[in-house]
Design a protein around this ligand. Structure first.
Ligand SMILES: NC(=O)c1ccc[n+]([C@@H]2O[C@H](COP(=O)([O-])OP(=O)(O)OC[C@H]3O[C@@H](n4cnc5c(N)ncnc54)[C@H](O)[C@@H]3O)[C@@H](O)[C@H]2O)c1
Ligand SMILES: O=C(O)C[C@H](O)C(=O)O
Length: 308
């Protein structure tokens, strides 16, 4: 199993580290445009192999995509992160060109690859990869909902004063400060709805904290987060590489599901060896559906800024 990660920055390197530590991939190739940077990150990570007990071979390359040839999975984390006060959507001007270029290079050398898109604004960048590569829709997956759901569970565990492992929950919709739809109605603590423990006001606070999860960290760190994003991407990579058939909210190209057409947005999906194997249509109540539709309108507006 060969995994290429384009963008050896904060998220790319974190993802490479988690993939290696989980020890399911034979090879991870890091690619970056900055001279020597991917090679340096790869060497540094390889020097943790005997300490962390993994056999994954990590190599780096400066813009030489022949090193990525015949990758099974590729992750796109190349592009600029936001600074405090910015929205993800403001990154489109620079990141669209980068993502277009990178996805074309990737498929030239790995025509059968499954691509996981991370660069922001992620839902729009995922749509752009569809338009650029023409790959089948099961082989292009946007990562946002897995991270947003992890943050939702963190906030729920904080409110419930319980360990995060007690909590289950999911965030669908667009990966943006206003577009996320945390499904509080369906969230549980060991099968008991969280609504049994928390007031409507407290749950509203959990939702709002979840939606601005990325912005909160960006303000604290001066740039956007990387540990949880890297872990979330590695979980998707593992689900595909190990044919786990696990369900994650992922940004998928919708063709009528949830009454939405021709955009990529976060919906529950089953991931396995064929990439995004199935979109799961859960029954949303009227309020949730209205939020999903509003979120889709936001993604559409950002997509309209793309030039093909
Ligand atoms: N979808 C999500 O949930 C999520 C989570 C975190 C970050 N992000 C996004 O991921 C992206 C990367 O974030 P980061 O913190 O790792 O940034 P970073 O600046 O640390 O790393 C980005 C890397 O991309 C490289 N790069 C730029 N142009 C390139 C090109 N044409 N080819 C190859 N490499 C190129 C840069 O040299 C840099 O090393 C940002 O757009 C950020 O907003 C998304
Ligand atoms: O917040 C960001 O800009 C990065 C990423 O999308 C995140 O949610 O951490």
């Amino acid at each position: 199993m060969k995994v290429t990660i384009v963008g050896a920055g904060a998220v790319g390197a974190s993802c490479a580290e988690y993939v290696a530590i989980k020890n399911f991939a034979s090879e991870v190739v890091l690619v970056d445009i900055k001279e020597g940077y991917a090679e340096g990150k790869a060497m540094d990570l390889m020097q943790t192999a005997t300490l962390n007990g993994f056999d994954t071979k990590i190599t780096g390359s400066t813009s030489d995509y022949s090193k990525s040839a015949n990758s099974d999975i590729a992750v796109i984390t190349s592009g600029i992160p936001r600074k405090p006060g910015m929205t993800r959507e403001e990154l489109i001007g620079i990141n669209a060109g980068i993502v277009k270029d990178v996805s074309s290079n990737l498929i030239q050398h790995s025509p059968n690859v499954t691509i996981i898109v991370v660069s922001n604004p992620m839902d729009t960048m995922t749509y752009l990869v569809h338009k650029t590569t023409g790959l089948p829709k099961n082989r292009i997956i946007g990562m946002g909902g897995a991270l947003d759901s992890a943050r939702f569970k963190y906030r729920l565990s904080e409110a419930l004063e319980c360990p995060p492992s007690d909590v289950d929950g999911m965030v669908i919709g667009g990966h943006s400060d206003t577009g996320m739809v945390p499904l509080t109605r369906l969230a549980t603590r060991n099968s008991v709805p969280v609504t049994a423990f928390l007031s409507e006001e407290r749950l509203e606070q959990v939702s709002e904290d979840t939606k601005v999860g990325g912005a909160t960290l960006t303000k604290l760190l001066g740039t956007s987060a990387w540990y949880a994003p890297g872990a979330a991407v590695s979980a998707l990579v593992q689900a595909i590489a190990c044919d786990q058939k696990k369900m994650f909210p992922c940004s998928a190209l919708l063709e009528g599901e949830y009454g939405i057409n021709d955009i990529c947005i976060g919906v529950p999906a089953i991931l396995g060896k064929n990439g995004l194997e199935k979109i799961v249509e859960i029954k949303l109540d009227d309020k949730e559906m209205a939020k999903m539709k509003e979120s889709a309108e936001g993604v559409k507006k950002t997509n309209a800024l793309l030039e093909f």
